[in-house]
Design a protein around this ligand. Sequence first.
Ligand SMILES: Nc1nc2c(c(=O)[nH]1)N[C@H]1C(S)=C(S)[C@@H](COP(=O)(O)OP(=O)(O)OC[C@H]3O[C@@H](n4cnc5c(=O)[nH]c(N)nc54)[C@H](O)[C@@H]3O)O[C@H]1N2
Ligand SMILES: Nc1nc2c(c(=O)[nH]1)N[C@H]1C(S)=C(S)[C@@H](COP(=O)(O)OP(=O)(O)OC[C@H]3O[C@@H](n4cnc5c(=O)[nH]c(N)nc54)[C@H](O)[C@@H]3O)O[C@H]1N2
Ligand SMILES: [Mo]
Length: 773
Amino acid sequence: MSGTPEVSADGHEPPSFQPGQSPAPSFHPYHHPAAGWGAAKSVTRFLVREREGIDGPRAILKMNHENGGFDCPGCAWPDDRKGLHLDICENGIKHVAWEMTHKRVGPDFFAAHTVSELSGWSEFELENQGRLTAPMSYDPDTDTYVPIAWDAAFHLVGMALRELANPNQAAFYTSGRLGNEATFLYQLLARELGTNNLPDCSNMCHEASGRALQAALGTGKGTVDLADWETADALILLGVNAASNAPRMLTALTEAHRRGAAIVHINPLIEAAARRAIIPHDFLQMATFHATPTSSLNLQPRIGGDMAVIRGMAKAVLERARTEQHAIDREFIQRHTSGFEEYQTLCEDTPWAEIERGCGLSEGEIRRAARIYSESDRTVISWCLGVTQHEHGVDTVREIVNLLLLRGNLGREGAGPSPVRGHSNVQGNRTCGIDHHPKPEFLDRLARVCGIDPPRAPGLDTVGAIEAMHAGKVRVFVGMGGNFAIAAPDTAYTFAALRNCDLTVHVSTKLNRSHLVHGRRALILPCLGRTERDEQRAGLQESSVEDSMSMVHLSRGMKRPASPHLRSEPAIIAGIARAALPNSATPWEKYVEDYDLIRDTMSEVLDGFEDFNRRVRLPLGFRIRQPARELTFHTPSGLAEFSAAPLPDPTVRPGTLTLATVRSHDQWNTTIYSDSDRYRGVGNLRTLVFLNADDMRERGLAQFDRVDITSFARDGSTRRLNGYTAIAYDIPRGCAVGYMPEMNVLCAIGDFSTQSDQPIMKNLTVTVERGAD
Ligand SMILES: Nc1nc2c(c(=O)[nH]1)N[C@H]1C(S)=C(S)[C@@H](COP(=O)(O)OP(=O)(O)OC[C@H]3O[C@@H](n4cnc5c(=O)[nH]c(N)nc54)[C@H](O)[C@@H]3O)O[C@H]1N2
Ligand SMILES: Nc1nc2c(c(=O)[nH]1)N[C@H]1C(S)=C(S)[C@@H](COP(=O)(O)OP(=O)(O)OC[C@H]3O[C@@H](n4cnc5c(=O)[nH]c(N)nc54)[C@H](O)[C@@H]3O)O[C@H]1N2
Ligand SMILES: [Mo]
């Protein structure tokens, strides 16, 4: 038996992340520019703590190089493609250093600590032990992980998969870091076995964007590239904390400001990127402390109010079009779109009062944003989780597309929709087949080229897989990277689901919670990180990745692997495949010897990957064809489609607040680097909730008061977090913000969007009350 999780749904108080040294929490609003010296200082402190004095900086200079470097394993923001060789950021550096640490978690460590004991450790402590070095298997008699040979581990997984009554009793999760070649093999393994159960982190992230863009434009991706960001007259950003989560966007924002482009931020919080920044690699700016503004207008709607804001902007643009011929692009609308009249009528019929009520902004504020949009010839609209993790995520992204279509902001330079993807290869995962609901054309090609008979029925996504594990319908869970146990919603429910499995398998670089919340049998399979040399029979191998803007390029690790026992992700997948499918005609072993052979197969299966091996070796890689960019729309009408959805009802249950769960500056999803959140002015505190000062006053709360948070699910159930700290913050009334993954305790498993099936992690209904001191 593994021990009780320290994260429980009721009465849980997460521990301090660095026990033994618990400095007093602090809060001082941040007034400095984003990036610059603050970032440099933070990086230095981090590298010193991680003892990465020499290797860190040396590796970092290799990152994002056009030839021979490795792709930053951090976010999916594209690399600077104009020969700038130092396109790096504070968080990318931390991310790389975290992977390259000298610390190791080997068999001795596991022998010395039972799983029950480790269950009491914090996320920080677990990951901070260093890199995993050898395959480990759970031994229930001693409640420890013990070493297991690779072949025995593969045999164990293979047998468990072969013993299943049907292949849909297995689920194969992907976290968005997996390279394209491994991704292709992984989905092939699942489909050759006979299941489309391929949940991925995208189900919690940009599923809404994919579905909306597919419906509106016939492509699941954004249409813009970095050159468009560099030529836009206006950039409109919704629901992204760029300075922390896509810091290299700061370069694009500062450059935009310098050339006179307008920048509008729509976010309940005024985040650091919405003020001013020092470009991370602009040494003159750093030396002179000179910062560039990165915002022309900040709008702070209520949480979940974005669709109303965009509707208001469209309404104002359409009003203007009554008297100004060119306020909308009539020719574009006529030639390339369908559904305009209905949308126009809908905008005209939506009263300003409803729009104001829907977002909490005034008509005047929305008109200011609309004026900026109307006066810009080329506009890029970009968004991230603040838009997607909502019930109306799909409708909202479609509303964004509607607004772009009105002025023909599509298929030309400097214009278009630009979702900011999360993990460095989350977009590539989907492109290469991680999709629980694959298109028939893709399956047809897979069947023809790979000689398999893939299942046609849709599989399970993240929430579906958790429910199926809970119900005993999925018995084997394989996690290819990530930290499923705490990244997923409803921590207690997800823990119970994982524990209900016959076998849980995690392919990981570092120890994390998901290894401790395991099935009856459990394996930890340690893999190479992206920074490490991947030697196979045919020599040093490279893997490809796709960034947020559809650029595919090679990534080559250069560090000596953390342990000689590590295997590459393709090798681990092939090992499992051979054990699970002994008679498979797929050349698994050959694929692993030489990834060029995987790419040859991929080039035949995947649209846009023709001549993959040659094109991926071009100095900058290649861009996947984007039909919508060429104004070719694979939609039912063959045109870009306007949508005409009603605005969400903004009514909230009396006495409740709407809570959004977000990342701090010093974390990578479930990986916590420190308890501080520099740009929001927070020191040494993660168990906090940001509230409007009036909402605090109304509840009789003072700064730093202890509070308990209760969430109310749609099915009437409640979940609770005790011992949080209230912080008065510049946030609209009725809104609350706190950190993931701790707050996943509050997200009910059933509360996912009916439009995207995404958990509504930015839209929880909660009460916040004074807690016991
Ligand atoms: N350093 C670092 N980089 C990362 C990550 C990380 O954890 N650390 N994670 C990666 C991943 S997987 C992803 S998906 C991305 C996530 O990148 P973000 O989407 O920036 O992630 P969050 O921290 O969840 O922040 C969401 C933002 O939305 C705002 N917001 C909340 N509710 C609303 C709303 O209703 N409307 C609007 N307009 N805004 C709202 C919040 O104030 C916050 O600024 O970042 C990636 N990059
Ligand atoms: N409440 C709430 N919950 C959320 C969100 C939210 O905004 N609010 N955001 C959601 C989003 S957008 C996402 S993407 C998910 C993130 O969910 P995941 O992707 O599942 O989680 P990560 O924290 O990114 O995973 C970290 C782990 O990945 C492993 N790892 C690191 N590098 C590698 C590698 O190269 N290979 C392999 N195999 N493993 C590696 C390490 O063991 C590390 O512990 O969380 C989601 N959960
Ligand atoms: Mo994500």
